[in-house]
Design a protein around this ligand. Structure first.
Ligand code: SF4
Length: 349
């Protein structure tokens, strides 16, 4: 048994920790739509949407999603383009495709999955999400362990080890998290831990003075508490991409990513330059930089004016499509590209 859990057990404090956390959560939790109107479907959608997306960013998407796809059946029957369109702007589109597959499998399943093990076999569901679903919707006594939970546990135990990666840290704290979970109310316990990490035990400037579990926290006295947990940083990878801006007669040339591509399948982007021109013009009209996890991507966008022959050749490439500017809202453009296209159209007008 882990030190902290053992110490708390010996002093009978583990129950007190669970009670302090539970009492705080009952009064302090944010009224999020999957809590005020809970259901299995809403847990599944919210958990998948919340991966890699902040809660305040995903809220309007969640509401829109629920209006269009209110349950597993509605989602299972929806066309793939409609599903992607409702995910547009959230990024990491494999989550939307997995959610769509999951809905189809769930509707067809007989019997339905009801425990962590069975949920792990569903598309897009890993250890974290399966534990969340099993504890919140089926009362199974399993712990969710994500970055928030790792941070709280590292600080509670004043653990100064350096982990190689986030995944390593999750593994390192899983046993302790399992030992600390309340078997009487695992769903609320897990949500309370996530809420504590999201609103009190913050990465930067944790609000220790109002923390409901401060009296159990071995790291509380540290001045440099923000440094815990210690996780080695991955080196940043620099990537440069050249893209084409081809606008003619109120149509824009876009590239559609293949349906079987690993990322962004079925979505539109500004075309990569080498599909349009062999040599780039001297200067890009704009350069944009964005970061995705440890990658820093610089995209240089070049204006190209195709001749009529060139235009015919372009039309023969099945991945390139002329899209009427009035129809841009109806297609799924990757999030940053929609922003850039709007910006460049404004500049051109
Ligand atoms: Fe986190 Fe501070 Fe609470 Fe400890 S006392 S768990 S560091 S917020």
């Amino acid at each position: 048994m882990h030190d902290l859990a053992q110490q708390m057990d010996l002093k009978g404090e583990r129950k007190k920790f669970q009670q302090a956390l539970g009492k705080w959560y009952a009064g302090a939790q944010r009224p999020l739509p999957w809590r005020t109107k809970p259901s299995l479907y809403r847990t599944v959608v919210s958990e998948l949407m919340a991966q890699q997306t902040q809660i305040k960013t995903m809220l309007p998407y969640f509401e829109r999603w629920m209006e269009r796809f209110p349950d597993f059946d509605a989602l299972a029957e929806a066309p793939p383009d409609d599903v992607l369109k409702h995910w547009e702007g959230l990024g990491y589109y494999s989550r939307a495709r997995n959610l769509h597959k999951l809905a189809k499998e769930y509707v067809a399943a007989d019997p339905k999955p009801t425990n962590r093990h069975e949920w792990m076999a569903m598309p897009g569901i890993g250890p974290y999400t399966s534990a969340a679903i099993a504890s919140i919707n089926f009362g199974e006594s399993v712990a969710v362990v994500d970055g928030n939970v790792v941070r709280i546990l590292a600080r509670l135990t004043n653990d100064t080890r350096t982990f190689k990666s986030n995944g390593d840290a999750v593994k390192g704290f899983s046993l302790l998290a399992e030992e600390m979970v309340s078997s009487a109310n695992p769903g609320d316990h897990n949500q309370a831990m996530m809420e504590l990490g999201a609103t009190v035990c913050l990465k930067r400037k944790p609000l220790c003075t109002i923390c409901p579990v401060q009296s159990f926290c071995a790291g509380y006295a540290r001045e440099d508490i923000e440094e815990l947990p210690r996780i080695a940083r991955k080196a940043t990878e620099q990537i440069e991409i050249q893209r084409a801006w081809v606008l003619q007669d109120d149509s824009i040339l876009l590239q559609r990513i293949a349906q079987d591509a690993g990322q962004l399948a079925g979505q539109y982007e500004l075309p990569v330059l080498n599909l349009i021109a062999t040599k780039p013009p001297e200067k890009p009209i704009i350069t944009k930089t964005r970061s995705i996890t440890h990658r820093r991507i610089k995209e240089h966008i070049y204006a190209i004016k195709p001749s009529s022959t060139h235009r015919r050749n372009l039309s023969e490439n099945p991945s390139l499509h002329w899209v009427d500017l009035g129809k841009l809202e109806a297609i799924t453009l990757s999030g940053p590209h929609r922003r850039w296209v709007k910006e460049l159209i404004r500049q051109a007008g």
